[in-house]
Design a protein. Structure first.
Lengths: 257, 276
């Protein structure tokens, strides 16, 4: 009986929001599993260091500029990726996302627009560009939408974010239904609170520590603790996993009433 | 389309190769082409002169102004731009195409050789962008510089650093000018081939094998035309590869650009694409 195949050798991946945090980390994970990775961010220059680091490890990495909210930018990014790779992208990690804070009744409309454009419309536009190309080429592929446990439960003063992530989880299922016949699997990763450079200071502080104490695991997750789920969804080990979300939150969703 | 009828393209170089192909592409649209290049007399080994290209431009349907210019000479560049404006009434597109290829590492690069590369690849574009600025502002025109997207892969950096530094310098000036000139409505693009292109320069440095693994210069002309003709379609991004431009237009099959059709599956990537 053979072991599950977690290898990504020969795969061509594009990761959005790859200039820092989880996106940059995911690019490394996929590259080390054998994929050639294309890191995408609004400013390609912001990716130079990340690309250089991966190449120094002997991994294959490229950078493209991508504004996930702009249809023309999405088309150009896939065109550039295909030029650099010599073939279509067949693994998409929709990681680009922004956070926002504030009570609904105190927010500007522009704040809602920004969050929903990046977190929901963005993954829709990018996965649409991805699928168009693969369907035209008659090739299979995999989409991983990076959602959040805040798309499954809620918290105070993050209503736009919650709505966008809940929408993304539902989009995952709708796309899985549509694209299964084209050999494209669509799943979501729903991280809980993961320590990154951006939130490290907050969680070290008083308010952050109060939040941590209410978590089931009483600690933040590490980026590396998402790798297993990502590789499962991306690789042939997950060949029969479609239209679902894997929650990686240390049990936070199960916190006490 | 018709929008290029009577519009003026000022090009450095253009007697042969990619520049000539771009000039002819726009000539077919009825544009005015200024060919500011060195080859006034036929060269022993290199085909084409400013006059032969001017004839081809006119035969293709455009207007031509051939100007004998050594791009190392600032006064000649400045005079050529003034002459072009006087003759055609303005400038709509500046194409910095003239360049000098030299694939030597630092250890084997004489100062004289470096000075030549720097003068043509970096200094001349600075001069032409600066001098054309008021004319391009008046026409809300565009700049097209033939230089590579900046790739800091250590392999490429070490391969032939002097040449690389001059071409990346051209790209840096382009990226800077894009920001500097945006407020005046001027668009700036850089364009570089994704693959080897069958030109005299490639023939001389990479021989028959290089030409067999190359695409025709037509692909650069088609990409340059699309980029300049459909400005809005390509957004704000400055650096482009020819293949990417055409993919945005929906082109998926590039075999017709293969210089040797039987070899279409073995086309070689150009300098600075991916890892060394």
């Amino acid at each position: 009986m053979t072991q599950p195949d977690f290898s990504l050798a020969g795969r061509r991946a594009l990761i959005t929001g790859a200039s820092g945090g989880l996106g940059r980390h995911f690019a490394g994970v996929l590259a080390r599993a054998g994929a050639t990775v294309v890191l995408a961010a609004r400013r390609a220059e912001a990716l130079a260091e990340a690309v250089a680091e991966l190449r120094a490890e002997g991994l294959r990495a490229h950078a493209v500029a991508l504004d996930v909210t702009d249809e023309a930018s999405v088309a150009a990014a896939f065109a550039q990726a295909e030029t650099l790779l010599g073939a279509p992208v067949d693994l998409l990690v929709n990681n680009a996302g922004i956070a926002d804070g504030g009570f609904t009744h105190e927010l500007d409309v522009a704040q809602w627009d920004r969050v929903v454009d990046t977190n929901l419309k963005g993954p829709w536009l990018v996965s649409r560009g991805f699928a168009r190309r693969l369907i035209a080429a008659g090739q299979p592929g995999v989409v991983v939408h990076v959602a959040s446990i805040l798309g499954q439960r809620v918290a105070q003063a993050v209503s736009s974010y919650c709505a966008s992530k809940a929408g993304l989880l539902h989009l995952t299922q709708a796309q899985a239904l549509e694209w299964s016949r084209h050999g494209i699997r669509v799943n979501a990763l729903a991280p809980g609170y993961i320590e990154t450079d951006m939130n490290r200071d907050f969680f070290a502080g008083e308010a952050g520590q109060r939040l941590v104490k209410r978590m089931t695991a009483r600690r933040l997750g590490r980026a590396g603790e998402l790798d297993g789920a990502l590789l499962l969804l991306a690789s042939e080990a997950g060949s029969f996993i479609n239209g679902t979300a894997i929650t990686v939150d240390g049990g936070h969703l199960c916190s006490s009433l | 389309m018709g929008q290029w009828q009577g519009r003026t393209l000022f090009m450095t170089g253009g007697s042969r190769g990619i520049g000539r192909e771009i000039a002819l592409r726009f000539a077919r649209e009825g544009a005015n082409i200024v060919i500011a290049a060195k080859s006034d007399q036929p060269h022993a080994r290199l085909p084409g002169t400013i006059h032969s290209v001017a004839d081809e431009v006119r035969a293709a349907g455009g207007q031509a102004l051939p100007l004998a210019v050594d791009a190392r000479d600032e006064a000649q560049l400045v005079a050529a731009i003034a002459r072009a404006v006087e003759h055609f009434g303005g400038i709509d597109v500046l194409v910095n195409n003239a360049g000098f290829l030299g694939v030597t590492p630092i250890a084997a690069t004489s100062t004289k050789h470096y000075d030549l590369m720097h003068a043509l690849n970096t200094r001349a574009p600075l001069i032409t962008m600066r001098e054309c600025l008021p004319h391009l502002a008046a026409s809300r025109g565009q700049v097209l510089n033939l230089c590579p997207p900046i790739n800091l892969d250590p392999g490429w950096l070490a391969a032939f650093a002097p040449y690389t530094s001059t071409k990346y310098g051209m790209t840096l000036l382009s990226l800077g000018f894009a920001g500097e000139a945006r407020a005046r409505g001027i668009g700036v693009r850089t364009l570089w081939p994704a693959t080897l292109i069958a030109t005299a320069a490639v023939g001389m440095t990479a021989g028959e094998a290089g030409l067999a693994a190359a695409r025709k210069p037509e692909i650069m002309a088609d990409a340059a035309f699309a980029l300049l003709d459909q400005r809005e379609r390509f957004g704000d991004e400055v650096s482009w590869l020819d293949e990417t431009v055409l993919r945005v237009l929906g082109v998926e099959d590039f075999t017709r650009y293969a210089n040797v059709p039987e070899n279409a599956a073995n086309i070689q990537r150009d300098f600075y694409i991916g890892t060394f």
